[in-house]
Ligand binder design. Structure first.
Ligand code: AMP
Ligand code: MG
Length: 520
């Protein structure tokens, strides 16, 4: 197995002068040198061939003893100098001070295919940033992270990737619902891969501690490697251009989440990637019935701060915190305020374009906004499955007079669609039909295009839960099946039709399937 390590983050930024994994406050530094904990009996559950290829690994490497040792944290590969990053963040709207990689350990960056890739083990034990937790991860949350990272990538949503999922052979104590019922669970390690794991919180912590020199170094590092187009003669101008670009990438990300029905669940500023990727798969979920108020995260049940329909607002709020952190480098508020002010109109227009695409409408018409808002209103009247609804739209037959019954499969209670509710839906379909007739492309051509935007298969919460329950009994076959299914989410995959189904009743209010906590 050949991995060519060429550190960039730890080379260009300042190290904590104290070595070792013991917990502490770290100032004027961007990371601490640490050592991953050696697992007692590692076992490979699943590895991604696609990510391996990205890193220049061969398929046979995935079966090797070396792969198992390196990606479970048991052995350091040549050239790997592991570190944990320092970052802070606003958790649920409140400044939380130092957070950092409490259970993630970076192995370093490798060069492959002319690119640098940062490799990070999640669940490899205590670091200086572990606060009062143990640094481990359990199998259930690791399955969710591994499968969802790759499913999101296949959907075309920006995301960190996942190379491997391994059992450590060690047990970890967890209280899933924080109600005093702790139990031992199997420990696991996932190897995440991204160009960079820098978050909004990395900037925030340095700014909060007034480490302006290090803040400047971090900003230069990120612009140089990941936002080269933002370089300007004056550094202040580069910082502003960089901030504007982060705003744009964040808007694009949120619109992508809206397109596929993804709810992150914990959009704290420490969980916001500076690259605009989906990062930190915790109590995330997929809307089954299209409900703007839904959140999978039980920890957020009362406030619903991170509900489906609030993600753009929160992204905007988080960007304001990033602007505050970057301010000392520019010392002028106006350019940040301008960028923040343009967030809403930019997001709104990107959202409308995305919805137009989902509906198969190419030309922009004034009445589209009303059509889209009225569709949202219809969704609020009935429990209607988002993914199935849009996928069924891709094969509507307009020559039949009754159109609404053609999407019957998407409704959780078809009997409910009566009277005024039925009228609203039928009116919407009539208007949609008229609107489609104004498009140049023929129906079947339009509908083929829609199938590339409206996925047939997403990692519904209950599917991940089924894979977890089987895996906890030692059967990993469902992990493999779902992984393969979700590699091609837009394809028909006739033999996999059973996964094209609404959430089953048993999963509606089940822990793990619709209720998730931050315990992971
Ligand atoms: P999260 O919101 O789950 O992404 O995590 C918030 C903070 O808690 C981050 O600094 C994590 O590294 C840390 N954290 C979460 N779980 C653990 C754990 N089991 N052990 C140590 N730190 C953790
Ligand atoms: Mg996090």
């Amino acid at each position: 197995m050949k991995l060519r390590f060429d550190p960039i983050f730890s080379k260009e930024l300042s190290a904590d002068p104290i070595d070792g994994n013991q917990r502490r406050q770290v100032s004027d530094a961007s990371f601490s040198w640490v050592t991953p904990r050696v697992p007692s009996k590692p076992k490979l559950v699943h590895a991604s061939k696609e990510v391996a290829q990205l890193l220049g690994l061969r398929e046979e490497d995935l079966e090797s003893e070396e792969f198992l040792a390196v990606f479970s944290g048991g052995r350091l590969a040549e050239g790997s100098k592991p570190y944990a990053m320092a970052y802070g963040g606003h958790q649920f709207g409140t400044w939380a001070g130092q957070l950092g990689d409490g259970r993630a350990i970076n192995l370093g960056e490798v060069v492959a295919n002319k690119k640098h890739w940062a490799l990070q083990l999640k669940g490899s034990g205590e670091t200086p940033y572990s606060r009062n937790a143990d640094g481990f991860a359990v199998l259930r949350s690791s399955i969710r992270e591994h499968l969802c990272s790759e499913a999101m990538f296949a959907l075309g949503v920006p995301t960190t990737r996942s190379l491997s999922l391994m059992l450590t052979g060690d047990e970890v104590l967890r209280d899933v619902l924080y109600n005093g019922n702790s139990a031992m669970e199997p420990g696991a390690v996932v190897c995440r891969v991204s160009e960079s794991f820098v978050r909004f919180g990395n900037f925030q912590l340095l700014a909060a501690r007034n480490s302006v020199e290090e803040l400047e170094k971090l900003t230069k590092h990120v612009i140089h490697h990941f936002y080269p187009d933002c370089q300007r003669e004056k550094f202040e101008d580069a910082v502003v251009a960089f901030f504007e670009a982060v705003c744009q990438r964040t808007i694009d990300l949120i619109v992508e989440w809206q397109r596929v029905g993804f709810v992150h669940g914990v959009m704290n500023t420490d969980n916001m990637s500076i690259l605009g990727q989906t990062i930190d798969y915790g109590p995330y979920g997929w809307v089954d019935d299209y409900d703007q108020n839904w959140t999978p995260n039980t920890t957020d049940r009362s406030q619903k701060r991170y509900r489906f329909g609030n993600q753009a607002y929160i992204a905007n709020w988080n960007l304001l915190q990033l602007a505050n952190a970057l301010y000392p480098l520019v010392k002028e508020a106006q350019p940040f305020e301008d960028a923040l002010k343009s967030f809403r109109p930019k997001h709104h227009s990107a959202y409308l374009n995305m919805m137009r695409a989902k509906l198969g409408l190419k030309n922009e018409k004034d009445e589209d906004e009303d059509l889209i808002l009225r569709l949202e209103h219809c969704f609020s009247l009935s429990a209607c499955d988002m993914s199935i609804f849009f996928r069924e739209l891709c094969s509507l037959n307009w020559s039949e007079t009754a159109v609404l019954p053609q999407v019957k499969m998407a409704f959780y209670d078809w009997e409910e669609i009566q009277g005024e509710v039925e009228e609203e839906w039928s009116t919407w379909f009539a208007d949609y039909r008229n609107r489609c007739s104004e498009e140049e492309a023929e129906n079947h051509v339009r509908q083929e295009g829609m199938k590339k935007i409206n996925p047939k298969y997403v990692l519904r919460n209950y599917m991940a839960q089924m894979a977890i329950e089987a895996a906890e009994k030692g059967d990993f076959s469902l992990i493999h099946e779902l992984y393969t299914l979700l590699l091609a989410p837009y394809d028909e995959q006739v033999s996999m039709e059973k996964w094209y189904a609404k959430r089953p009743d048993w999963a509606k209010n089940k822990v793990g399937a619709s209720m998730l906590s931050c315990s992971s």
